[in-house]
Structure formats: C-alpha cells, structure tokens
Design a protein around this ligand. Structure first.
Ligand SMILES: [Zn+2]
Length: 285
C-alpha cells in the first residue's frame, strides 16, 4: 500500500512566496500528538528562507515561526567533519535535523520529555551521535533522570506505537516534528546562536552546556527557596533569584522554563507554591 499525501499550501513568512508541500496523510489521521510542526528548509518553498509551519490535526495551517539563524558553513564541509568517529559538531547536527529539530532535541533532553526519532532507511548512524549529544549537554546529576532516545524504523505513521503520550517525535527524513509542549524554544535558539558565533567547533557544544548549567543553577535555587516557603509571589521570587545569584532580573519566560524544569526533573508539585498577583486578582473578580 502506498503512502497517501496531503498538499499543504505554504507561504514563506519572510518573502511571501507560495508553494505546495506534501505531507503524509497519516500524520494528520493519527491522534497521538497535539501539535504538528513542519520544518521547511531553505530551497523547499523559496531559495533563501527556512521556517516552521504549525499545522493542526485537521491539516489547517495555524501559524508560522521564522528561523533567523544562518549557517556559515557549507553542507559539504559539515558532512566531511561529521564522518570522523566520535566527533560531534553542532553544524553536523543542524545539517541532520535542521535548526528547529536541534532546538527540539535539546528541549526534550533538558526538560525530560520522552523523544522518539524515526530513522532514515539505510545506513543511519544518528543513534550513537545523539546519545553522545545528550550525554554531553546535561550535567552529571540529571543524566540519569532523563529519558533515553528511542529510535523507530517505522515510516508508516499509523503503525508507530509510543509508550508515552507527552513525547517528541521527529521524522528526520520528512522534517516533520510533533511536539508535546506549548512553550517557545527561544532559550535553545539563543544558546545555539551564541554557540555558532564561536569558530572553534569543539567549543560550541560547551557554550550550550554552559547555558544549560546556568538555567539549572537557577532552577536549583528556586527549588530550595520553594522548599522553605508556604507560597511566594512570582515577582518576589524573581527578585530573590536576582539577589542570591547576583544576576539581572530574569524574564517571566525564563521563570516559566525554570518551573517546567523543576516540575519535570525534580518535583512535580513544588511550583504550585508560586503565586501570580494578576491571576489572584482575576480570580477574586
Ligand atoms: Zn522566502
């Protein structure tokens, strides 16, 4: 039985070029996940731009997200470097999964979401590569708590069986991602952007590692604060973090990430102690 496709009329959010792309029908008919994201590489719709298309399960486009990162390395260069055994480069991974794919992988690893990857058909060697990336990104303490990556050979979406519901599924061949989260991937994007500015490729992974360590340090502080209070207002918590770590006040987005980190990696109930003044006021009305 052949795979049936559905045409999706996509408009480049940068230059408004319109083109149809084909998505397997089964992506929409299976109801395992909420949010379907199609990663459109440069050259697929227009020559220059890459972006993400958000599609609902009815096949209706719900929105676009621009990807503003540029890679200064040629495809050929990244491929040759990737072939050295045990040698992971950020650029090689981007080549493999696209920017958004890599953001999502980092996100899943950091926030402890189960992740499944559909392998390319033959001679795919990503398994080992990705396991190494995971090992490299997370600090020792949290390596054990994170889900390991599951690799699927199945291309037929209807036959894919996942153990966990809140999982990330990446089809690296079709550039389709299904993500269980609502939060944006700005943290991962910023970390990657910073890393790519470093020319030395071995240092790039280190930069991402450092950004992750910083976030985890803040999360651990919040955990200890929360363990010692009955409840705390968001604004007071942000001020306290700034004072304790001697850093500028963190954004609400970052606090959201910290909450998710604590909930998914440390303690699922602790963050309910964080109160929001605006919400309280609205509840009162
Ligand atoms: Zn364009």
């Amino acid at each position: 039985m052949g795979i049936e496709y559905r045409s999706l009329e996509v408009t480049c959010p940068f230059c408004q070029t319109v083109k149809s792309i084909k998505i397997p029908d089964a992506v929409f008919t299976q109801k395992k996940f909420g949010s379907i994201k199609v990663q459109v590489p440069a050259g697929a719709v227009c020559p220059e731009h890459q972006f993400i298309v958000f599609v609902d399960t009815k096949g209706i486009i719900r929105g676009y997200e621009k990807i503003d990162l540029l890679m200064s390395v040629s495809i050929e260069e990244a491929k040759t470097k990737d072939k050295k055994p045990g040698w992971i480069t950020i650029k090689g991974l981007i080549q493999r999964f696209g920017f958004y794919g890599l953001f999502s992988l980092i996100h899943a690893k950091l926030f402890n979401y189960p992740h499944y990857i559909i392998k390319k058909k033959e001679g795919d060697d990503i398994s080992e590569l990705l396991i190494k990336v995971g090992e490299n990104l997370m600090p020792e303490k949290y390596k054990g708590t994170t889900h390991s990556i599951q690799f699927l050979d199945e291309i037929d979406y209807n036959r894919i069986k996942l153990k966990e519901k809140d999982a990330l599924l990446i089809d690296s061949q079709l550039n389709i991602l299904q993500t269980p989260w609502d939060e944006k991937l700005k943290f991962e994007e910023a970390a990657l952007k910073k890393a790519l500015e470093i020319i030395e490729e071995k240092e790039q992974l280190l930069i991402i590692q450092q950004d992750i360590s910083k976030l985890i340090k803040e999360a651990e502080l919040v955990e200890s604060i929360l363990s010692n209070v009955k409840e705390i207002y968001e604004d007071d918590l942000i001020e306290l973090i700034s004072k304790e770590l001697k850093i500028p006040k963190i954004t609400k987005y970052r606090l959201t990430l910290i909450k998710i980190f604590i909930t998914r990696n440390i303690n699922s109930k602790l963050t309910s102690k964080i109160k929001n003044k605006v919400q309280e006021f609205l509840d009162f009305l």
